[in-house]
Design a protein around this ligand. Structure first.
Ligand SMILES: Nc1ncnc2c1ncn2[C@@H]1O[C@H](COP(=O)(O)OP(=O)(O)OP(=O)(O)O)[C@@H](O)[C@H]1O
Ligand SMILES: [Mg+2]
Length: 328
């Protein structure tokens, strides 16, 4: 890493309003980032099991599992991170609690701890992300990139910033130290938060609000992904041309039919023009706006690869360099 080249982000957080395509975009981004020889970990944190069906794979667990080959010949692994398992990991790591931790879990102590301190759950989840981003194996990074299918826009800032608070509260001791190091990574250029939206009023507004909140919280914003964009382009058609077209097709061009068709054409046009207006509003944020097509069949495995190809070169464009290994 030189002074002029900031590190390439290695943690890609994908958020957006519910239903806009966070899980699909996170999965497609993981495939796009998995260039030749690269290993990408795709993580979900809310027990939704949204990733596995996209890859026609069995449910994900805490164990990282190979999911698919990336578009560039690399590999994508998947993991569903659960706070209880992360706490066991944490206890093992910091207190060498191995089997005692399992006993705590058996007696419900872990459930109890994460229930009385809801923030603890997010501290553990984000801590686990940091561990995956920083892990080395045989002298190289275990993963070139980690992609998180994150909580929706309404909750993402709180989720990402929980360690700022706990780092402040716990001035000494392992929790404080751990929290501060997680917060440091989440606020550094190793992390980037992508915002997914569809071309519709509510999701676009939520994107603008989330952008403002992320910036205010000093969290690094990456790309805006405008998902589910219909392929149609507006064409100029007059009522006379519609009438002539109907006549050419041997149909009667009566005024009511032409008026009906013109009204449908007007509605479709308005929708297409609205997409342009939404794109303009998003571009004013000053972040790269990536567009993904509306797939007529929804997102199946081949659709996922189609979205992955459309994302390159995008958030996936840059490869890591030597020296990008410092996640602390
Ligand atoms: N580009 C696209 N073209 C067509 N359908 C899409 C596209 N992207 C997502 N979808 C569909 O939209 C629905 C929601 O997508 P997805 O589950 O990825 O969204 P989400 O934001 O993760 O939702 P949730 O908030 O429920 O977690 C799914 O049925 C998915 O197949
Ligand atoms: Mg989802």
């Amino acid at each position: 890493m030189t002074a002029t080249a900031p590190p390439v982000p290695r943690l890609h957080v994908v958020t957006g309003k519910g239903g806009t395509g966070k899980t699909s975009v996170a999965a497609a981004l993981a495939l796009a980032l998995a260039g030749s020889g690269r290993r990408v970990l795709l993580v979900e944190v809310e027990g939704r099991q949204g990733i596995a069906p996209l890859f026609d794979a069995p449910s994900l667990g805490y164990e990282e599992r190979h999911l698919a080959a990336g578009t560039g010949g690399g590999e994508v692994f998947g993991q569903a991170v659960d706070a209880d398992e992360a706490l066991l990991d944490y206890l093992t790591m910091f207190y060498r609690l191995g089997s005692a931790g399992k006993v705590l879990q058996k007696f419900g102590a872990i459930d109890f701890a994460t229930t009385i301190a809801p923030g603890l759950r997010d501290i553990l989840l984000t801590g686990k992300l940091k561990e995956a981003v920083s892990r080395t194996e045989s002298g190289r990074m275990a993963y070139d990139a980690v992609v998180l299918d994150a909580p929706p826009t309404g909750r993402v800032v709180k989720f990402l910033n929980v360690t700022v608070e706990s780092g402040r509260l716990a001035k000494t001791g392992p929790i404080g130290k751990h929290s501060r190091s997680v917060a440091r990574m989440l606020h550094s250029s190793l992390t980037t938060v992508h915002l997914v939206t569809t071309p519709a009023a509510m999701p676009v507004q939520e994107t603008l609000d989330a952008h403002r909140d992320l910036v205010a919280a000093d969290l690094p914003v990456g790309h805006v992904v405008l998902n589910k964009v219909a392929a149609a382009k507006p064409v100029e058609v007059s009522a006379d041309e519609v009438g002539a077209g109907l006549a050419r097709a041997g149909l009667s061009a009566d005024a009511t039919l032409v008026a009906g068709l013109m009204s449908e054409y007007g509605a479709a046009r308005t929708e297409i023009e609205a997409v342009d207006a939404y794109r303009d509003r998003l571009e004013r944020l000053g972040r790269p706006v990536e567009e993904l097509p509306l797939l007529p069949e929804g997102v199946d495995l081949s659709g996922l690869y189609q979205l992955a190809r459309a994302l390159r070169p995008g958030p996936a464009a840059r490869r890591p360099r030597d020296g990008d290994t410092d996640a602390a």
